[in-house]
Design a protein around this ligand. Structure first.
Ligand SMILES: [Zn+2]
Length: 434
């Protein structure tokens, strides 16, 4: 008989919740059946047909504000032809459980579920309401999931603390000890559409105001600009703590100056690593370009779309104004399609200290460090409403496994599920004082 965590994950992975269309209702039914059996109250929310989320609560004494264990039900697409196992088989082979969502984030969802059920089964009364929340639509921006729930049912989701995805437990980042990254913040996301129009014409007689050429020239001016390195407080502290194991950071530990940090990161080639650079810079990526459909016709419109990620402290409107100036073409229309500033939660709180302590209890030689997520998660919707949110992962994977997130052959070890369950139970017990 496999461990409960392994058995549940294998079954959960067999439910196809590829978003789009999501079909999270099927995941909600999976959880609802478990809550029925365990005698736990739950509530189902439906943002659109089939786009369901589920919330279950174990009432606490109310001494502390509620704790929400947050996870998302949907997964990204998987091309079965590329996988060695069917992505919706939940196959257990050689100590590994295969399936889309094993890492992102159905495995994590099962850890949260089992930690939640442990409190129920033991009859413990937590010092705070303990909430299990599995939501729809994280992978497509949360408009049928977390964002919708907070907009329409805010009274059900008021909490002092939310635990979510976004953290990493890595066994191959440091020479001889594991590294746990707790995401205490994430970069802001802005999506900008640039439109340049101009007179059409025949390709044989260029008239000098070709919409596509003008847009490309503007984009070139924009991309010539290298955004400066900015050391935010969170990232400054992150590198100070890594300085305990990365010797080359010593000059920064000695003087604590941001410019010293940037210099040593550059000297060691670290600043060129995209993931590290993303923690230290506002970034702009030109990801879509549309214009013209005939090779001999001058197009009358050209459109580009930019994916912009902003550090804490950078104002989205001010940044977009800078982009406008950089394009240096008043005829390029700049339209802000999505605007989300970076979000951060404090790391000098009792809850954060407990989180760190709980990790160290299970991985005594680990380094546990708060960091900034350069991607986006549902945490931002809760942080926007003043709730503290942390991305954690009390399991050890390798940086090599990170490619499997949204990639091929996503999987997690049975060992990780079993140890992770133990660790998650302790995290919840410590935070709930039971
Ligand atoms: Zn995810």
């Amino acid at each position: 008989m496999p461990h409960e965590a392994v058995e549940l994950l294998s079954r959960y992975l067999q439910i196809d919740t590829t978003n789009p269309p999501g079909n999270e209702q099927k995941g909600v039914e999976f959880f609802a059946a478990i809550f029925e059996k365990e005698g736990v109250d739950y509530k189902v929310y439906e943002a659109a047909p089939g786009r369901q989320s589920i919330r279950a609560v174990i009432p606490g004494t109310g001494e502390r504000p509620a704790l929400i264990l947050l996870n998302h039900i949907d997964v990204v697409t998987a091309n079965a032809a590329e996988w060695q196992e069917d992505p919706f088989s939940g196959k257990i082979k050689d100590g590994l459980i295969y399936g889309r969502g094993a890492l992102d984030m159905k495995g994590h969802g099962i850890l949260e579920l089992l930690a939640f059920l442990e409190v129920k089964r033991k009859g413990w009364v937590p010092c705070r309401d303990l909430v299990f929340l599995a939501v729809a639509d994280e992978e497509d921006g949360g408009k049928n999931g977390a964002a919708w729930l907070l907009e329409h049912h805010f009274q059900d989701f008021q909490a002092g603390l939310i635990l979510n995805e976004g953290g990493f437990g890595l066994d191959d980042m440091l020479p001889d000890r594991p590294l746990f990254l707790i995401a205490a913040g994430e970069k802001g996301v802005c999506r900008v559409r640039l439109t340049r129009t101009g007179p059409p014409g025949h390709g044989s007689t260029p008239h000098g105001n070709n919409a596509l050429e003008k847009l490309v020239q503007g984009l070139n001016r924009l991309l010539e600009k290298d955004n400066p390195f900015i050391v935010t407080a969170l990232i400054g502290d992150y590198f100070k703590q890594l300085g305990a194991v990365w010797e080359f950071l010593k000059p920064y530990l000695d003087d604590g100056k941001p410019e010293t940090l940037i210099r040593v990161l550059q000297d060691n080639g670290m600043a060129a690593i995209p993931q590290l650079a993303a923690m230290l810079k506002n970034t702009v990526s030109v990801n879509c370009l549309h214009a013209g459909d005939k090779v001999n016709v001058i197009p009358d419109e050209a459109v580009a779309e930019l994916d912009i990620r902003l550090l804490p402290g950078t104002d989205p409107d001010a940044f977009v104004a800078e982009i406008k100036a950089q394009l240096a073409d008043d005829e390029i229309q700049v339209e802000l399609m999505e605007k989300h500033a970076a979000t951060e939660s404090p790391v000098d709180t009792e809850d954060f200290a407990i989180l760190k302590e709980a990790h160290l209890k299970h991985f005594p030689d680990a380094l546990v460090v708060a960091t900034l997520l350069y991607g986006a998660s549902d945490s931002r919707f809760f942080r926007d409403r003043g709730m503290a949110c942390y991305g954690i992962c009390p399991m050890l994977i390798g940086t090599r496994d990170l490619d499997r997130v949204h990639g091929v052959d996503e999987r997690i070890s049975t060992e990780n599920m079993i140890q992770g369950t133990r660790a998650f139970i302790d995290i919840v017990r410590m935070l709930c004082r039971v």
